[in-house]
Design a protein around this ligand. Structure first.
Ligand code: G3P
Length: 287
């Protein structure tokens, strides 16, 4: 299958290079891949090791992560591969920068995932100036997305992604897809340097809706991309209507992207919860 005739870039959300290989053979293309600590913990080799009662040293687990992203990068040298720093609520910007720069040197096509917290944005501001590509993760609000835009002013197009996690908003009864629409609308008054990456995609409907509204990037798990590929990788039909259950819509906020990033409200409970989960999943791998 040749590359599609629509604008959204298609990424695989997985920590398993076998899935990359499989999707590449089914779909014929991939524009990139996103990984995170939870996805690395789900990698079958990691799982086997844990079942055998073997954990990793801190160095070993990083080496394993590096091998995974090297393998993926080799399969799609022209794509983007997101690698996430370890961060919990006490991790400083300096510690994220140190890790992130090392990870950025692992492969030529990395985007470094940093959480949208005060420390994460401070790290992003500095790293972007040094030419590092970043993917700002655990986004659950428009004001967090505005802060990402403001903190990374001056970046090249394609250098910065923001990743709203829509499935986790659905989980608390809010319509996650409406946040993507709001951020796209907010950014339409900006300079286009941040790309919106729809993440935490849980269903075919989420995925098709992200194409329909023109998210810059959509990342989906293997099963969703595989099913879509079997259908011939279509754009949603004209009559496709995204019809989520009885969720609360997230209303649009008017925000000024030219304000300093520190002036935006960075707090969202799901960001804190997401950080805790990533850290716990990673720490569970280490002796
Ligand atoms: O793309 C981010 C993703 O891996 C998180 O997904 O299903 O854990 O909310 P989920």
């Amino acid at each position: 299958m040749q590359h599609k005739n629509f604008s959204t870039k298609i990424f695989l959300d997985s920590g398993n290079p076998k899935e990359t290989e499989q999707i590449l053979s089914e779909l014929g293309f991939l524009d990139g891949q996103t990984t995170n600590p939870t996805l690395i913990a789900k990698n079958p080799e990691v799982q086997k090791r844990l079942v055998d009662g073997l954990k990793f040293s801190a160095d070993e687990v990083l080496r394993f992560y590096r091998e995974v992203v090297e393998t993926i990068s080799g399969m799609m040298p022209a794509g983007s591969v997101s690698i996430e720093v370890y961060a919990d609520k006490n991790t400083t910007a300096r510690a994220m920068i140190e890790q992130g720069k090392k990870m950025f040197s692992w492969i030529p096509n990395a985007h470094i995932k940093l959480p949208i917290t005060h420390a994460g944005l401070e790290a992003a501001e500095e790293m972007v100036k040094e030419g590092v590509r970043v993917n700002m993760t655990l986004c659950f609000s428009q004001s967090q997305a505005a802060a990402v835009h403001a903190a990374t002013q001056g970046a090249q197009k394609g250098q910065v992604f923001v990743s709203p996690f829509i499935g986790r908003l659905d989980d608390i009864g809010e319509n996650g897809m409406s946040l993507i629409e709001n951020i796209l609308r907010l950014y339409s008054s900006g300079d286009d340097h941040v790309e919106v990456l729809t993440a935490s995609v849980r269903s075919r409907e989420h995925f098709l809706r992200s194409l329909q509204i023109g998210s810059d990037i959509s990342t989906a798990p293997y099963a969703i991309l595989s099913e879509w590929s079997k259908e011939g990788a279509p754009m949603p039909k004209n009559d496709f209507k995204y019809d989520p259950p009885n969720f609360t819509a997230i209303s649009y906020q008017t925000l000024d992207l030219d304000q300093p990033w520190q002036s935006f409200d960075l707090y969202h409970p799901l960001t804190d919860k997401g950080l805790e989960r990533f850290a716990a999943d990673w720490n569970a791998l280490i002796m």
